[in-house]
Design a protein around this ligand. Structure first.
Ligand SMILES: NC(=O)c1ccc[n+]([C@@H]2O[C@H](COP(=O)([O-])OP(=O)(O)OC[C@H]3O[C@@H](n4cnc5c(N)ncnc54)[C@H](OP(=O)(O)O)[C@@H]3O)[C@@H](O)[C@H]2O)c1
Length: 304
């Protein structure tokens, strides 16, 4: 197949491109910077410069590649695109990503239509953002919690599902190159357990996220899939384990009121009330097999 990866240089793109190439697909991958052409060529892709917010550029890049499938992995979460994260001003940090998840996906879908590309697969998000009521583990049918960026995520998911594409709601990424910032803060004991640490997180190793994406591409999957591991877990369980694997001291514990003052409501909500996700549908319908079925295996291997 000919596959067009929008955002081929990001944390997931860098794992996905070689897996697609390894399966015999021809890949065109985008970056906003010509400086990353060598990286993309080394991964096995034909590189192209594309600003996902420029409709004309998106149209031209897709038309030139004439792909069978478009995969959207564009986010603006690195400091280069999103700036520095201040949890109290999260809207600023997520602005670039939100724009890519609203205008960016619209440009890609328009380009798909104009070039008669029949299938689109897009990144979405499912780590702690399940609706904060009822059970702790959510399926694809459960609504998402309204947090910063949810509107853009909803727009993206609706648009892709309407176009009969596949929405892949990835869990929190980890693996080399994916969680360096978090690792730095955990090593400095700057990520505490807030309150009882009762909020849930779903994780996925970046290689597993990439392998699920290859399956969605090859099977022309349609609809929403949670791409998370088998073990959604509360902060009180995974954070001390993560710290131990990283050789750090155990996380400090702080009450919710103090965390609210220091880091704001977004972080407290995530750490005390977050909801995780089930991967039953992706395993059943895509036949997805995880190399790291639980973060316990993955953290041990990646952080040792
Ligand atoms: N589920 C999750 O946990 C999750 C999901 C996504 C990201 N993250 C985290 O966020 C951090 C940063 O992610 P990242 O390394 O993937 O970087 P990123 O800044 O989010 O960039 C991702 C991709 O989007 C592209 N991109 C950015 N702005 C664009 C635009 N205007 N038009 C077209 N393409 C654009 C980038 O291309 P160029 O930079 O080459 O221009 C890159 O290929 C990582 O720590 C990662 O783990 C986590």
């Amino acid at each position: 197949m000919r596959v067009f990866v929008a955002g081929g240089t990001g944390v997931i793109g860098r794992r996905l491109v070689p897996q697609l190439v390894g399966r015999g697909h021809e890949v065109t991958a985008t970056t906003t910077s010509r400086d990353k052409f060598d990286m993309l060529r080394q991964l096995g892709a034909e590189p192209v410069v594309m600003d996902g917010l420029n409709a004309a550029q998106v149209g031209e890049a897709v038309a030139a590649a004439a792909p069978d499938t478009i995969v959207n992995q564009m986010t603006g979460l690195s400091p280069a695109h999103g700036g520095k994260l201040n949890p109290r001003k999260a809207d600023r940090f997520f602005a670039a990503t939100n724009q890519l998840r609203s205008e960016g996906i619209d440009h890609l879908l328009a380009a798909a239509e104009a070039t008669s590309v029949s299938h689109v697969v897009s990144q979405s998000h499912a780590s702690f953002n399940g609706r904060r009521e009822g059970g702790w583990i959510k399926s694809e049918d459960d609504p998402l919690e309204v947090v910063e960026g949810t509107k853009a995520v909803e727009h993206l998911e609706d648009a892709v599902v309407r176009a009969e594409g596949a929405v892949l709601r990835y869990g929190g990424f980890y693996g080399a190159g994916a969680d360096e910032e978090q690792l730095k803060f955990v090593r400095k004991r700057m990520v505490p357990i807030v309150g009882g640490g009762t909020g849930y997180t779903s994780f996925v190793h970046v290689d597993d996220a990439a392998s699920a994406t290859v399956l969605a591409v090859e099977q022309h999957a349609r609809g929403v899939f949670n791409i998370v591991d088998d073990e959604p877990a509360p902060f009180s369980e995974w954070l001390p384990f993560y710290a131990a694997c990283a050789g750090a001291k155990p996380p400090r514990r702080i009450p919710a009121w103090l965390a609210r003052l220091l880091a704001g409501e977004m972080m407290v909500g995530m750490m005390t009330e977050g909801r995780g996700f089930s991967n039953a549908k992706a395993k059943r319908e895509l036949g997805w097999e995880l190399r790291y079925p639980t973060w316990r295996l993955g953290f041990e291997k990646e952080l040792a």
